[in-house]
Ligand binder design. Structure first.
Ligand code: AMP
Length: 283
């Protein structure tokens, strides 16, 4: 496995791979890797001749400087994990390498960025859009891999790719979970032992919500039940929304919708967690 810090070195390698007719899969990450990230790498491995995983903690997408400051850095372990899963290249640019000048770009994702995460993290999707556009432009992969865990991010990336005509196939990979249902996240490392145990409330609320919504209960009633559930725990609920998976717009129920998702966000101490489940409607 090779590690490139500089864009020009990565590009030289990509050029030689392309000359041999290789297809390239890109897995963008911010490091502190876990089995969720590695599942993206494994999918990329199956579908391409070579896999490039980027590790870059993108300052532009952090609206909270403490969150950026405390973002876990486990670079040596990340490299070992990627090597063990057959990843070919790690692209880990310096901050100045990716942002040689202060970018003034402003992207507009309209309705996709004004709901859920967008309401609580101003500027977040602008930062995500800029870094993903840069990575797609530099690597020009055949396919790029993202996690369902960040469902809203995937919708934003889809719109970015359409609006800027990137020639890439996007893949959304199912969320990898702990045996008790907690979605794997780099932020879980910051949870105390007792908060880690409490964190199961997020997925438990989604599964209970899914059951009730499928029985035809209105989302406001389900939300109230989830709020009451949260009151008994140390976790704080930020939002619990039923959305149309395509438009991300909030909806009341699943009638007439093919694919909807329940999305949740909240805090355990200073750690912010998000999760979602997709409900496929058979009716
Ligand atoms: P991050 O390093 O947190 O920016 O995540 C990099 C990619 O990994 C994103 O596309 C995430 O959606 C994805 N990802 C994070 N956690 C999981 C998980 N538990 N299962 C699957 N994919 C994940």
């Amino acid at each position: 496995m090779q590690l490139f810090r500089q864009i020009k070195h990565l590009k030289a390698w990509l050029k030689s791979m392309r000359a041999q007719g290789a297809t390239i899969g890109l897995v963008p990450t911010m490091g502190a890797l876990h089995d969720g990230h590695l599942s993206l790498v494994e999918n990329a491995r199956k579908e391409n001749n070579a896999v490039v995983t980027s590790i870059f903690v993108n300052p532009l997408q952090f609206n909270n400087s403490e969150d950026l400051h405390k973002y876990p850095n486990t670079f040596e372990e990340d490299i070992a994990l990627l090597e063990s899963r057959g990843n070919d290249v790690v692209f880990a640019p310096e901050r100045d390498g990716l942002y040689p000048t202060k970018t003034r770009l402003v992207l507009n994702f309209d309705n996709l960025e004004h709901t859920m995460e967008g309401q609580f993290r101003p500027g977040h999707f602008n930062g995500v859009g800029i870094v993903v556009a840069k990575l797609l432009n530099i690597v020009q992969p055949d396919s790029a891999y993202f996690g369902q865990k960040d469902l809203q991010q995937f919708a934003v990336v889809q719109r970015l790719v359409n609006d800027l005509s990137f020639d890439v196939q996007l893949r959304c990979i199912p969320t990898v979970r702990e045996p008790d249902g907690l979605a794997l996240s780099s932020r879980n490392r910051r949870l105390s032992i007792s908060d880690r145990n409490e964190a199961t409330i997020f997925y438990a609320s989604l599964k209970r919500g899914e059951e009730l919504i499928k029985q035809g209960m209105k989302v406001e009633t389900v939300r109230q039940e989830v709020k009451d559930f949260f009151k008994k725990s140390k976790a704080e609920l930020e939002y619990f929304e039923l959305i149309d998976t395509w438009t991300l717009q909030k909806i009341d129920g699943i009638k007439g919708k093919k694919s909807v998702a329940l999305c949740i966000a909240g805090y355990l101490g200073a750690v912010r967690l998000i999760d979602n489940v997709i409900i496929h409607n058979e009716y």
